[in-house]
Design a protein around this ligand. Structure first.
Ligand code: PMP
Length: 423
């Protein structure tokens, strides 16, 4: 049984009580792409705009003080959500992608050079690949990948041996794969990389929504995530970095807010975290993110994880029983609420469109993990990703719809060209 009162939780999310375009109840299973927002988030943002919105850190008028206070309170709440030891380490960025690019430009340009190695997992999201390819083009370093085995897993030995072989300067990996659903042992792998003196960046985009983040326990050097995947707004995310490391890095974006002094000859940087927050920051988004993480904490990260693991394992088992369906991912023991799959003879886009007609929203494509799809030898998959507000009944609606897919498409044999799909 689930530790959550899901019926009560669903009342907090207006969109979950809407109907799909097909006129059926909406089954929202695209949570790995983005989550939905509870009233607590929508109301907190709307209250700010209605009652105390102003720019931060600039004016000394009452409204500016109110919004500055709220913005800094949001930072303190997010710091405690991640168990950061100080708010100086919590930089608001536009999202995971922006945070990783900031590290690549600032820390990467300063610390990597020709012959150095950046080590990644083959399951990385493009956001944790492309900035490193770009860095490699700039400074001449190399990007290496750790492969998955036939069970879609990466074991400790493979990680340890890649680290020994490549002696990377940076080991950057997703705490959980947005395609395979695999949850990786963040603390152990961080330790293995630290043993050879590597810096470690954790892409927690698929972890922050589901497990208790603990940057001090993990021991990594950078941890990043996005607001919109934790029931918060788009346009905001977090770059957490070890204080001494952030202190030693040059600012990436220059402009207002990030300086101490500016003269006709140059500038000096502000202290942390403002040094990395040039320009007007995402003020209302930070307030929304605070409301979101408070909402998650009130439900309880352990409860969230337990509930979605139940849904995920039921979906996994059900998919494996349907003839012609192949699950692209490890067994439930190793993953959370994400299940990617292919239906023999039917393109993933057709699967997704058929499911949409049944009211079930799933993602189709490469989910921004092309190297992983190439390694597996499939060009596209369908992905069902659930969250704490989903129900077992919804999993059953989804499974019924998938089992109907083949009957429908076996007759027509339609194919669709692969399109770029964001995740
Ligand atoms: N990393 C992972 C593992 C993700 O799942 C995503 C979003 N799909 C990202 C990075 C990129 O996040 P954003 O688009 O919010 O910057």
């Amino acid at each position: 049984t689930s530790p959550l009162d899901v019926a009560k939780i669903r009342d907090d999310f207006p969109i979950l009580n809407t109907q799909s375009a097909s006129g059926r109840p909406l089954v929202y299973f695209d949570n790995a792409a983005t989550t939905q927002r509870p009233n607590a988030v929508i109301d907190a943002m709307s209250r700010c705009y209605r009652e105390y919105y102003s720019n931060v850190h600039r004016g000394i008028h009452t409204l500016s003080e109110a919004s500055t206070g709220a913005y800094e309170n949001a930072r303190a709440t997010v710091a405690s959500f991640m168990n950061a030891s100080t708010t100086s380490e919590v930089v608001f960025a536009a999202g995971t992608t922006a945070a990783i690019n900031t590290v690549a430009r600032s820390w990467g340009d300063q610390n990597l050079s020709s012959g150095d190695v950046i080590l990644l997992l083959i399951s990385e999201h493009h956001a944790n690949i492309v900035p490193w390819h770009q860095l490699a083009e700039r400074v001449g370093c190399r990007v290496e990948f750790i492969a998955i085995n036939d069970d879609f897993l990466i074991d400790d030995e493979a990680v340890a041996s890649a680290i020994q072989t490549h002696q990377p300067k940076l080991f950057a990996f997703g705490a959980a794969s947005n395609t395979l659903g695999t949850e990786y042992p963040v603390k152990r792998w961080t330790q293995l990389a630290h043993d050879v003196g590597a810096t470690v960046l954790i892409d927690a985009a698929q972890a922050a929504p589901h497990w208790q983040l603990d940057v001090q326990d993990w021991g990594a050097d950078f941890v990043v995530f996005s607001g919109h995947k934790v029931c918060g707004p788009t346009g905001i995310g977090v770059l957490w970095g070890r204080e001494s490391l952030l202190d030693s890095m040059p600012p990436f974006l220059g402009g207002g807010g990030m300086i101490d002094t500016v003269t006709t000859d140059g500038f000096t940087s502000h202290s942390l975290p403002e040094k990395f927050e040039a320009g007007t920051p995402p003020i209302v988004e930070a307030i929304g993110l605070e409301a979101a993480v408070k909402y998650l904490l009130q439900i309880g990260m352990d409860n969230i994880h337990a509930h979605e693991r139940q849904l995920g394992s039921r979906a996994d088992a059900g998919l494996r029983e349907i003839a012609g369906v192949r699950v692209i991912g490890p067994t439930p023991k190793h993953k959370g609420g994400i299940n990617s799959f292919v239906v023999e003879g039917v393109h993933a886009h057709d699967v997704s469109q058929f499911l949409d007609g049944q009211g079930v929203a799933v993602r189709a494509g490469h989910h921004c993990t092309m190297p992983l799809h190439n390694a597996i030898g499939v060009s596209a998959t369908s992905r069902a990703s659930c969250y704490f507000y989903n129900t077992i009944d919804e999993v059953d609606v989804f499974l019924q719809a998938v089992s109907d897919v083949r009957d429908r498409f076996a007759k027509t044999g339609r194919r669709r060209r692969s399109r770029e799909s964001r995740s």
